[in-house]
Unconditional design. Structure first.
Length: 570
């Protein structure tokens, strides 16, 4: 053992000088493969049935939820004045059954001559009458179904995950050696144990996913890479690496459970109110038992464990806000969500957690616009919140101070601008490849591994890897937005857009706040910042993006049909 340590000590400086660039090359290889696969991926629309109009034309139904009406934005456009702009919806369930819902149309809807008052099943061959025009539903033939499956496999084949997995494993191994070099004989034994644990979790997850006949692994590769960086920055600052590893494991478990949960839309809708109430209860619990730290009352201490309930509410917020197509036309449903949103942001304001409140507000705007499509309402809401923000600046001195120093940190680098000034100095000192994990000085700065983690990444891992970490989050967002075009349900589309908006806006606040391009708001970098609750929730949010991935056999958030039929999705 002493001989090994002597070798490490002797070659340490040379190792660090060389491995810095090896880390960069490995990171570029891992992430470029994943990013390229996600950005080049095509999500061909699935055809679930056809509806034939009175003129004999046949329209493919490419979603489980289809709006029928005269509006150009409808999935099935009927250019007849007797048909309302939003006449009705045609909805498919997971078992393949269709139901037609009339949306209070002016001339009504009929199935086989029976007036549709609210909702009726529509079977293949049934005649649907809208404004004196007859339509007929036809199923997709078995042969066409198999041809569509093969076409989707060709168009949406992801890259092989093995090279990226192997490269990430090497990255983790070299990280352990780097810490041995940096800390010498004083290197804690829990650091290599924690990285070994993360590597084992990653490979076990991969084996399970492949056993489930799934082929896409890009999102998880990105998440595991960022989680590796999180273990590294946690080890540098506090040594609480096992706690962070435990939270990564809990996050992966939550990711699995949410993917399973999102498979069944009826289950998601039935439990939505329970989750909404649970989210509100968490915030009330925070208000009653929260502890004020650095101006914000957003932490609760339970048996020596610190929990941030507002982070957990993010998942409840998206589940409560996502809606199926029918619910988009129910005013009461949107009103309930708006009341819940106002309650959440009001509680966060009382807690003085305005960074999280800003994230919730942006996510609310995305969900509200996707549900209503009304720009005028969005402008009114933004105006009202802007006035509330001015009031906050008047009543909350510590928030006003953060805005006052914004853009002027170098005027007081030893006082109010201390954190941002040191962050920018650390970024400059790290250069492109960084100084090596454990070799920096910035980790002694308060909140270096949380709110200012971009500076710590840039100093010890290099500006290239820090920027790649940001690009990972942006890539997840771009892929999610592209995927929703072929989304099966408005529920998946809204949830994925909301989750990716939250990811991107939170990353912007964290990175730009730490370098003084925005006020420092005290929010975390998803997957990277130290903090157990943030890590768990980041993995949970990833499930909403995974559920929007409609590539063939890509996501276990999407069921597989009979494997004898080639693994068709239902």
């Amino acid at each position: 053992m002493d001989m090994f340590q002597n070798i490490i000590t002797a070659v340490g400086p040379y190792y660090t000088a060389a491995v810095r660039w090896v880390f960069v090359l490995l990171a570029v290889f891992i992430l470029v493969r994943s990013i390229r696969s996600l950005l080049q991926a095509k999500n061909p629309s699935e055809i679930w049935a056809y509806i034939t109009g009175p003129d004999g034309s046949s329209t493919p139904l490419k979603h489980w939820e289809n709006l029928i009406g005269r509006a150009p934005s409808a999935d099935v456009v009927v250019n007849l004045k007797s048909v309302s702009r939003s006449h009705g919806t045609l909805v498919r369930d997971a078992k393949g059954n269709w139901r037609y819902n009339d949306l209070n149309s002016k001339n009504g809807s009929y199935i086989n001559g029976i007036r549709v008052r609210k909702s009726l099943p529509l079977r293949p061959g049934d005649v649907l009458t809208l404004g004196n025009a007859d339509f007929t539903l036809y199923p997709v033939s078995y042969q066409e179904k198999q041809e569509n499956i093969q076409k989707r496999k060709r168009k949406s084949r992801p890259v092989s995950p093995f090279p990226s997995m192997a490269a990430l494993t090497v990255f983790q191994l070299l990280t352990v050696i780097q810490f041995k070099v940096a800390y010498g004989s004083e290197c804690p034994s829990y650091i290599p144990a924690a990285f070994l644990g993360l590597c084992a979790v990653m490979w076990i997850y991969f084996i399970i996913v492949r056993a489930c006949k799934r082929v896409a692994f890009e999102m998880e590769t990105i998440a595991f890479f960022l989680s590796t960086l999180s273990l590294a920055v946690t080890a540098v600052d506090s040594g609480a690496v096992f706690k962070q590893l435990a939270c990564i494991i809990m996050g992966v478990v939550l990711f699995f459970l949410l993917c399973w949960f999102l498979r069944d839309l009826n289950r998601s809708k039935s439990i939505r109110m329970i989750i909404l109430i649970a989210g509100a209860a968490l915030l009330v619990f925070n208000l009653l038992f929260g502890v004020t730290t650095h101006g914000a009352m957003n932490w609760v201490h339970i048996g020596g464990i610190s929990v941030q309930p507002s982070e957990l509410v993010k998942i409840a917020f998206i589940i409560a806000g996502a809606a199926t197509l029918d619910e988009l036309y129910e005013k009461g449903n949107l009103t309930t969500f708006m009341i819940f949103s106002g309650f959440c942001m009001g509680c966060l304001a009382i807690m003085s957690d305005f960074g999280t409140a800003a994230i919730f507000f942006v996510t609310f705007l995305v969900i509200a616009f996707l549900r209503s499509g009304d720009f005028s309402k969005m402008i009114l809401i933004i105006g009202a919140v802007a006035l509330a923000g001015m009031l906050v600046l008047t009543l909350k001195p510590h928030v006003r101070q953060r805005f006052a120093i914004w853009g002027h940190v170098w005027e007081d680098p030893s006082g109010a601008g201390f954190q941002q000034a040191r962050t920018m100095s650390a970024i400059a000192s790290g250069g492109m490849p960084g100084v090596g994990a454990g070799n920096g000085w910035f980790h002694t700065t308060f909140a270096a591994d949380t709110d200012l983690v971009f500076g710590l990444l840039s100093e010890e891992w290099g500006f290239i890897i820090a920027v790649l970490a940001v690009l990972c989050i942006v890539t997840l967002g771009i892929f999610a937005v592209r995927s929703i075009i072929a989304g099966r349900s408005a529920y998946y589309s809204i949830a994925a857009c909301a989750a990716t908006s939250l990811f991107i806006f939170q990353t912007i606040l964290n990175v730009f706040g730490s370098v003084d391009l925005l006020p420092l708001t005290g929010v975390t970098f998803p997957f990277v910042s130290s903090g157990g609750t943030s890590m768990i929730v980041s993995w949970g949010m990833l499930a909403f993006l995974k559920a929007a991935d409609t590539r063939q056999n890509a996501s276990f958030a999407v069921r597989l049909d009979d494997r004898a039929e080639g693994g068709a999705e239902i």
